[in-house]
Design a protein around this ligand. Structure first.
Ligand code: 13P
Length: 326
């Protein structure tokens, strides 16, 4: 059984002193890219997806295929995680579909536009942990607000996490992992210059980690936005503006400071898109999606495998050999 919980993956990461990449996928081809990268590098991995983010006709259709696909990787320890669950009901749906971990994003109110109060966030998160833990499923909560848009929806302003609130939040909700807003943002537009300490608050990680030692910290919006991929995309009709992401060295450093789960979506998607755009431009007569998706899959597998080396999870699959899913 390849499936493990987020708690199992991150407890092992703490023991081994490494981080585990959580890679966003919106279809099965991308999921294969991530799982093949994990197999090739002997890594434990977190495969994550967002409600409504796939081109498939329903979440249930996609999630079932995703869940079944993981069975083809019995040698890879895999967490199947719902990223940014917008409601308790969505988390329940994911758990029913076989996810071993869910994120309840209680940082926004039910309208998904305004910030929730601390009490509202605690209430929805606690309700979710009660339900999930009773079924052996892990839960990630969010404190503060990570900027940008994770799903193409409203663009959120950054609200940094507060260490006192983090301690109180964990105490009240019993979350396994906590997404802490430290200045990163989701998407393809992050920083207008290479980020330094005034933008990326690594000091907050250290402080919060010391306050919640049994809860694993999560860094969202961790893509680096590689300039070479942007150049390829823009050379083939793209119009991505110049933007800087989180440098690889900072991500590696964050795993030494207490970050255990590192979320990446945009870098994978840029690699996929760059490969597809250049293939279509170079080969004007092929229109079969399977042909260009193969190029995309290979490019995504390569960048995910590179990140697995940076985060330190490469070579760590052995830690889960004896672990069976709940
Ligand atoms: P990026 O947008 O930087 O890839 O981050 C993805 C993420 O944090 C998903 O939750």
């Amino acid at each position: 059984m390849a499936l493990i919980t987020l708690r199992q993956a991150l407890d092992a990461a703490r023991e081994g002193g490494y981080g585990v990449g959580a890679f966003n996928v919106t279809d099965l081809v991308q999921a294969e890219a991530v799982l093949d990268a994990a197999r090739a590098t002997k890594s434990p991995v977190i495969v994550q997806t967002i409600v409504g983010a796939s081109a498939h006709r329903s979440d249930e259709f996609f999630w079932k295929a995703l869940r079944n696909g993981i069975d083809d990787y019995p040698d890879v320890p895999v967490v199947l995680h719902l990223d940014h669950g917008p409601s308790y009901e969505d988390c329940v749906r994911a758990i029913e579909a076989g996810f071993t971990s869910v994120m309840i994003d209680g940082s926004l109110a039910a309208d998904r536009m305004t910030h929730s109060t601390f009490e509202e966030n605690v209430a929805i998160t606690k309700k979710t942990t009660d339900y999930a833990h009773a079924r052996g499923v892990s839960v990630e909560g969010e404190l503060g607000t990570i900027g940008g848009s994770e799903d193409g929806g409203a663009h959120k302003e950054i609200v940094l996490a507060d260490p006192d609130e983090a301690a109180a939040f964990v105490e009240a909700t019993d979350v396994d992992a906590l997404a802490v807003a430290i200045g990163t943002s989701h998407g393809a537009y992050k920083f207008t210059s290479p980020p330094d300490g005034s933008v990326l608050h690594m000091d907050l990680i250290v402080e919060i980690a010391s306050r919640v030692p049994d809860t694993h910290l999560v860094m969202h919006g961790s893509s680096s936005l590689p300039a070479d991929l942007r150049a390829v995309i823009n050379a083939h009709g793209g119009t991505l503006p110049e933007s800087w992401g989180v440098p690889e060295a900072e991500k590696a450093r964050s795993t030494k400071l207490g970050v255990r789960k590192i979320n990446q979506g945009m870098d994978s998607h840029m690699a996929f898109a760059a490969a597809v755009r250049s293939y279509l431009a170079e080969d004007g007569i092929n229109v079969d999606p399977a042909l260009y998706e193969k190029r995309g899959r290979a490019a995504m597998q390569a960048i995910v495998a590179e990140r697995m080396e940076v985060f330190g999870q490469a070579g760590q699959a052995w830690r889960h050999e004896l672990v069976t899913a709940n």
